[in-house]
Design a protein around this ligand. Structure first.
Ligand code: C2E
Ligand code: MG
Ligand code: MG
Ligand code: MG
Length: 277
């Protein structure tokens, strides 16, 4: 940033810094508008077992911008995460995800990404409770995906909230497992049901040497008795390797299906826009 940059480069840094700020501010303002006026949509990406039986789906938010087209969550979630906008966005996502879950037959589950700032909010647990009561969905069919980065700060508070939510029935998964900064020892302290091996490792099974990492992650999951979900499965060879490593692995990736609108998901798996309950 400009503050860090010394000497006569300051002016240049200033310009690009404020440009970046401006762009961020645009995204923030327009995202806030999209929350009330529309433009956001939830997609579902199927998660299946080795026989392609549906286990559930991950909820992935999409933003169809009126001028810029589709904006990736990888671009706007980090912006929202820098302010409390992520709290309102997260609420919107939960509310609509719970509505989607109400349309899915049992025992299918939905996995929802929870960002650290959203989770750390003092009233996160009561907010979830309220949304659950409003929607009437069974919390046992919800998986909250959190990342290792949630655990670098104030672990006691995080664990306390996880336990409160787990008591309601909500399951927890560590997303992008193996890419964060936390130590392995935290794994035993947390009320977890699942780890999601990051797609970079899944894709590494194509490489003989890198398979060792994947094998170790499977071993950890086995020892801790956690379900293992593999994301980013793109080839039959990857699928074969994962299933061989753990026949109970849950598979997610373009090779199975890309994320799709909720109606398309219902049509594909239930042959109707809304299955009869
Ligand atoms: P993530 O939670 O790790 O989600 C998995 C990402 O991998 C998704 O990207 C998904 O579309 C992509 N993916 C799935 N299968 C494959 C595959 O076979 N190959 C490749 N190359 N990619 C695959 P997406 O939807 O762009 O989301 C990116 C990230 O944005 C997510 O990573 C998550 O961190 C964040 N995100 C998305 N939706 C939400 C949300 O509703 N709330 C929050 N807090 N974050 C979200
Ligand atoms: Mg995820
Ligand atoms: Mg992930
Ligand atoms: Mg990721």
């Amino acid at each position: 940033t400009a503050k860090d940059a010394g000497g006569n480069q300051t002016a240049v840094y200033d310009a690009s810094y404020s440009l970046e700020l401006e762009k961020r501010y645009d995204i923030e303002r327009e995202l806030r508008r999209a929350l009330t006026e529309g433009g956001l949509q939830l997609y579902l990406q199927p998660q299946v077992d080795r026989q392609q039986r549906l286990f559930g789906a991950e909820v992935l938010v999409r933003w169809q911008h009126h001028e810029r087209g589709m904006i990736s969550p990888a671009d706007f979630i980090p912006v929202a995460e820098q302010t409390d906008l992520i709290v309102d966005l997260g609420k919107w996502i939960m509310q609509h995800a719970f509505e989607a879950l109400a349309q899915l037959p049992e025992p299918l589950v939905l996995a929802i990404n929870i960002s650290p700032r959203q989770f750390r909010k003092y009233d996160f647990v009561s907010c979830v409770e309220r949304l659950l009561a409003d929607s009437g969905v069974d919390p046992h069919r919800l998986i909250f995906e959190v990342t290792e980065n949630l655990l670098v700060e104030d672990v006691n508070d995080v664990v306390r909230k996880m336990l409160a939510l787990q008591k309601l029935g909500i399951q927890f998964s560590i997303d992008d497992f193996g890419t964060g900064y936390s130590s392995l020892s935290y794994l035993r302290k947390l009320p977890l049901q699942e780890i999601k091996i990051d797609k970079s490792f899944v894709q590494a099974v194509d490489d003989d040497e890198q398979r060792a990492i994947v094998d170790s992650i499977f071993a950890i999951a086995r020892h801790l008795n956690l379900r293992l979900v593999a994301e980013g499965v793109e080839t039959q060879a990857q699928l074969d390797y994962l299933v061989k490593a753990d026949p109970a692995v849950v598979l997610q990736g373009f090779y199975i299906a890309k994320p799709m609108p909720i109606d398309a998901f219902l049509a594909r798996y239930f042959g109707a826009e809304k299955p009869l309950q």
